[in-house]
Design a protein around this ligand. Structure first.
Ligand code: SF4
Ligand code: SF4
Length: 284
């Protein structure tokens, strides 16, 4: 199984367009492909792939529940909680579920065995299929802040297939690291603007820290400046593909249609990109 993650230092670079079209282009050429939407705070790959969903499962985390009959209000649980998720009052203990990171510290320190772990649903996994490819999506409930447990559960359920395309969230924070960790190759999607370059630098730093092999796709490559090209050249970073602006593809995106259905070249270029990456992974 070859796992390729697609990420970007910031939103709006065309990351999901690349991830969904790469998955669809490979599937259309006979590969067994799974697409995982790990952008769990805002999953939108399904808008383009239009999967039929066949199963759903809840994602839960464990949070503390206090037995006030046993509690002596000693304050040990609040003292150990790094996330300020427990407040101990004179005659009550309040747990702020949404702040809890399920670290288990409070259960361990409670001298009265007054805390038990109870599950709390924070999101959902959807499983389905779209035009021959396997589709999975993680969705964090609105108002929740813990994306990594949803991504972890999504990746644990990764279906058997030759190729898995992981659509990571934008940025360089914990949810992105959870999504791209343990993948074989990382595609960073950028755009040739000063903002794009700034965020690309951060994403490159993250990829290097994780020791992930990676390359860059410059989207809308004919708009903007040469700074991204110069940066990649100076840093010895491979530019995998340059995709010029195409009005038909921009219109397709805004209508929720697939770019590879608007232009044969789009899918073919992504397929060749995959062959290039796969050749290196299997030779390593
Ligand atoms: S550590 Fe246990 S006994 Fe102490 S305040 Fe917390 S729940 Fe109550
Ligand atoms: S499980 Fe960890 S994060 Fe949650 S309330 Fe207890 S100590 Fe705080």
């Amino acid at each position: 199984m070859i796992k390729i993650s697609v990420a970007s230092g910031k939103g709006g670079t065309g990351k999901t367009t690349i991830a969904t079209n790469l998955a669809a282009a490979l599937s259309a050429r006979g590969k067994h492909v799974a697409y995982l939407d790990c952008d769990v705070e805002e999953p939108n790959g399904g808008i383009f792939l239009k999967p039929t969903i066949s199963a759903k499962s809840a994602v839960s985390v464990l949070v503390p529940q206090i037995d006030l009959e046993k509690c002596t209000f000693c304050g040990d649980c609040a003292a150990i909680c790094e996330f300020n998720a427990i407040a101990v009052l004179k005659d009550n203990v309040i747990v702020f579920d949404s702040l809890c990171h399920s670290c288990g510290g409070c259960y361990h320190v409670c001298p009265e065995d007054a805390i038990k772990e109870v599950p709390r649903q924070i999101g959902e996994i959807q499983i389905g299929a779209a035009n021959g490819l396997k589709f999975m999506e993680g969705r964090l409930n609105i108002g929740e802040s813990q994306a990594p447990p949803v991504t972890r559960q999504l990746k644990r359920g990764m279906p058997a297939s030759d190729i898995v395309i992981i659509d990571a969230p934008p940025g360089t924070s914990c949810p992105v690291i959870e999504a791209i960790s343990n993948t074989d190759y990382l595609i960073l999607v950028s755009e040739p603007t000063p903002f794009g370059l700034n965020d690309l630098r951060l994403a490159v730093g993250m990829a290097r820290e994780l020791k992930l092999p990676f390359g860059v796709i410059i989207n809308r490559s004919d708009l903007g400046d040469n700074l991204t090209e110069d940066y990649c050249k100076n840093e010895g970073i491979e530019i995998l593909l340059r995709i010029p602006f195409n009005r038909k593809i921009a219109e397709a995106y805004s209508d929720g249609r697939m770019a590879c259905h608007q232009s044969d070249n789009y899918g073919e270029n992504l397929y060749r990109l995959y062959e290039n990456i796969a050749g290196r992974i299997t030779n390593d």
